[in-house]
Ligand binder design. Structure first.
Ligand SMILES: *Cc1c(COP(=O)(O)O)cnc(C)c1O
Length: 380
């Protein structure tokens, strides 16, 4: 067994009971027994999304849901406002373009969060914007966007509110109904702590109205088909789903229910605070502005004089702790510690013990226990 500790913004460590669940017998996906599992799983998903609307399961990673969220609502040439402050904002923009839409890009400095006022200005200048995409938790930069305030603003506009909560749902506050999010989606392998390979999406009545007025330009991800099959007897998916991964997602959602969503979010916030304090105690600098920093992943500037290979390589090879690097122009300039899913003080104590030793080995004149000490302080 690979004992490497995954401190990643996905995939996250999967609990033994979830791993046991995915080893159960595969059943017919057109059977009453699967219909029950499917229904219970989608209902639990709606609970985590905090919505009365129905949720749908897509067999695919989070990007499948990103694509479904766009491909079903726009016709070629229609405008979508994409808030872009990192890799995932860019991905939604590129998906709009791939489906023939016109992206109106609102570029935010990487490491900062969008302000609702900035969205308002673009909407007021462009009357024909059909949807606004916001990445709640920009995993590439460790920044959380104010999805609740953006929701308040968007209530005054016709544009659909599309929120990517792939790396926040189950770890940070998401309230689909209260925030008026029309299309919200997530992936299995982040805060939900299920194995990779499933995505879930939920849609408001307004979103369905738009979807019903558009010829979807995707076949596999045509949400009208998911709605129809989901309402069948038994409820099912249009094509063969990963029955096995749905067992895993169901069990992971049971874990969340047992822990309680509020408690789970508080646990993530504590982990985020402990991570920031510990990084600073080791003399490291945070990448994002602290007031907009994520509850589920912390981006840290690479200290002067070491390479990504040295730092993350030592962590991995010497101490068996896997951290994430930077993407694109942040490659080599930052590293990221994921603290989503099942992370407690234990994993953070190991991580910062290892990081202290790594920095010491690489020649930094530091108190190598200062990180662990800061973790303890944050939890007591
Ligand atoms: C991980 C992630 C996705 C989807 O990525 P997949 O690798 O396709 O699961 C989308 N948005 C955000 C913010 C993410 O962190």
């Amino acid at each position: 067994m690979d004992q490497t500790l995954l401190m990643l913004p996905g995939p996250t460590t999967v609990a033994p009971r979830v791993l046991r669940a995915i080893s159960k017998d595969v059943v017919n996906h057109r059977s009453a027994i699967f219909g029950e599992i499917y229904t219970e799983t989608t209902e639990l998903m709606s609970d985590v999304f905090k919505t009365q609307n129905k949720s749908y399961l897509l067999t695919g990673s989070g990007t499948a849901a990103m694509e479904a969220s766009i491909a079903n609502i726009i016709r070629p040439g229609e405008k979508v406002l994409n808030v872009v402050g990192g890799k995932f904002g860019e991905r939604l923009r590129d998906i709009v373009k791939a489906h023939g839409g016109e992206s109106v890009e609102l570029a935010i400095e990487w490491g900062d969060a969008v302000k609702p006022q900035e969205i308002k200005e673009v909407l007021d200048e462009n009357e024909d914007i059909k949807a606004v995409t916001v990445v709640h938790n920009e995993t590439s930069t460790g920044v959380a966007a104010p999805i609740d305030e953006i929701g308040k603003l968007l209530r005054n506009y016709d544009a659909l509110y599309v929120a990517d909560t792939v790396s926040s749902l189950g770890g940070d506050r998401v309230d689909v109904d209260k925030d008026g999010i029309d299309i919200c989606f997530t992936g299995s392998q982040k805060c939900l702590a299920a194995p990779p390979g499933m995505a879930a999406i939920t849609l408001s009545d307004d979103a369905w109205k738009v979807i019903d007025s558009v010829d979807s330009n995707t076949y596999y991800l045509d949400l009208k088909k998911y709605r129809k099959s989901g309402a069948g007897t038994p409820p099912e998916t249009p094509y063969t789903p990963s029955v096995t991964l749905i067992y895993g997602l169901f069990e992971a959602l049971q874990v969340i229910k047992e822990e309680g969503l509020e408690k789970r979010i508080n646990r993530h916030e504590t982990a985020a605070e402990a991570t920031r304090n510990a990084a600073k105690a080791l003399g490291l600098e945070l990448f994002p502005k602290e007031e907009v920093s994520s509850a589920t992943v912390t981006a840290i500037k690479m200290p002067e004089g070491v390479t990504d290979k040295q730092l993350r390589g030592t962590m991995r090879n010497e101490y068996k702790v896997e951290l994430a690097g930077g993407q694109d122009h942040l490659k080599g300039n930052i590293f990221r510690i994921g603290h989503m899913g099942n992370i407690t003080y234990k994993e953070l104590a190991i991580t910062f013990s290892a990081l202290g030793m790594t920095l010491k080995k690489l020649g930094f004149d530091i108190d190598m226990g200062a990180g662990v000490s800061a973790v303890s302080e944050s939890y007591i």
